[in-house]
Design a protein around this ligand. Structure first.
Ligand code: PMP
Length: 376
């Protein structure tokens, strides 16, 4: 059997990792500033994480949701404590797409409506509703295509006002990333997020904050939408939540509890996934990683803005997009091949930095020196 993969594959055979360092089979050392696409939040093989997972596996790895699973409650409590969203209820699933899928469904169960507002360049996952709300027609299969999704230009307050004035009472939910990741690291403005809150309140629509990539402390706020001082009705999360162990979740404001029982999944909230997620929260809290994401992130953004060949630096905390002139699109590849640094890309000329939240200033400096070398 042959293997098919949609992603371009780098011929690097990685066999071991620690913190933000990865080693390949030949012993070459790499610096990881991509975290496997914003997944590695507390660094590879963090001792507290490894211990939590192995000791859980030695006790029980899985049983279905037909019994009480105390570690789910522990996770919900810890998530409330670390994120500050104490009034919310947590539903657990296995991925970002599944989290968004369930959030969109829950909103529709709640208000009985069909229309969803999403934005240009959005990415919400590849399951049916999540992909339909993703602004990339190439990955929407005919069976997923629906005119229930209304796409509006990102950060365009006039278009949003106009849409609510016209069909506001049909809108079930508005789904928005605090910072678009796949779309090129573009931040929703505070004013735009506040307007969404206001219009959703007026029209009884549900505000869904897709925090799959920008959440879980990545920007220095637990949920990146927090910076605008707004509360969403539903926060969706995955990626960094399990530091590599698949887990997703949705945090739901109290008024939606009634529709909650209509959601379900076999693997969601299994013992191992919850053990991973609790360990991640414990490390985020005990090692002050929100503050570290802010400090090191601000430092990186400040220093990157000094490069005259960089067209634009976008993002917040440790979610950074570095836009280069198109003729320098090769730089990302060279960083990997010549400097042994993993980064991500949005468009070929936008380098995406999504490192673990515990990277140090020294690691940031190593990257800045390498980038300087590549841009010379
Ligand atoms: N939402 C956002 C903002 C994402 O970046 C992604 C993944 N890139 C998803 C949802 C989908 O997550 P998953 O791949 O875990 O289904």
């Amino acid at each position: 059997m042959d293997l098919f993969n949609v992603y371009p594959i780098n011929p690097i055979n990685i066999v071991r990792a620690e913190g933000s360092t990865i080693w390949d089979v030949d012993g070459n050392e790499y610096l990881d500033l991509y975290g496997g696409h914003a997944v590695i939040s507390i660094g590879h093989t963090h001792p507290r994480y490894v211990e939590a997972l192995t000791s859980q596996l030695n006790k029980i790895g899985f049983y279905s949701n037909s019994i009480e699973i105390p570690i789910q409650k522990q996770l919900a409590r810890r998530l409330g404590e670390v994120s500050g969203k104490v009034e919310y209820t947590l539903f657990l699933c296995n991925s970002g797409a599944e989290a968004n899928e369930n959030a969109l469904k829950l909103a529709s169960f709640h208000n009985g409506r069909k229309k969803v507002v999403a934005f240009s360049k959005s990415f919400h996952g590849r399951t049916s509703l999540a992909v339909a709300a993703t602004d990339n027609p190439a990955i929407v299969a005919p069976v997923n295509a629906t005119d229930n999704i209304v796409f509006l230009p990102f950060n365009d307050e006039a278009a949003l006002r106009h849409t609510f004035a016209t069909i506001g009472d049909e809108i079930s939910s508005v789904i928005i990333e605090g910072i678009q990741g796949v779309g090129g690291i573009r931040e929703a403005s505070a004013g735009f997020l506040r307007l969404i809150r206001q219009l959703c309140d007026q029209h009884h629509s549900v505000f869904i904050a897709d925090s799959v990539q920008c959440g879980y402390g990545r920007t220095g706020d637990f949920f990146s939408h927090d910076y605008a001082g707004v509360q969403a009705d539903i926060y969706t999360m995955a990626k960094g939540m399990g530091n590599g162990f698949p887990i997703g979740g949705i945090a739901i404001a109290p008024q939606f509890k009634a529709s909650f029982g209509l959601l379900g999944t076999t693997f969601g909230g299994n013992h191992l996934a919850c053990a991973a997620a609790v360990a991640v929260l414990d490390v985020i809290e005990s090692e002050n990683l929100l503050e570290n994401a802010r400090t090191v992130g601000n430092y990186l953004i400040h220093e990157l803005n000094k490069f005259d060949k960089v067209k634009e630096v976008r993002g917040r905390g440790l979610m950074i997009g570095i836009e280069l002139p198109e003729e320098l699109a090769q730089v990302k590849k060279d960083l990997l091949i010549k400097n042994k640094i993993f980064t991500g890309e949005a468009k070929p000329n936008v380098i995406r930095i999504l490192p673990a939240l515990n990277i140090t200033k020294e690691i940031a400096d190593r990257f800045l020196t390498a980038l300087d070398e590549r841009l010379k």
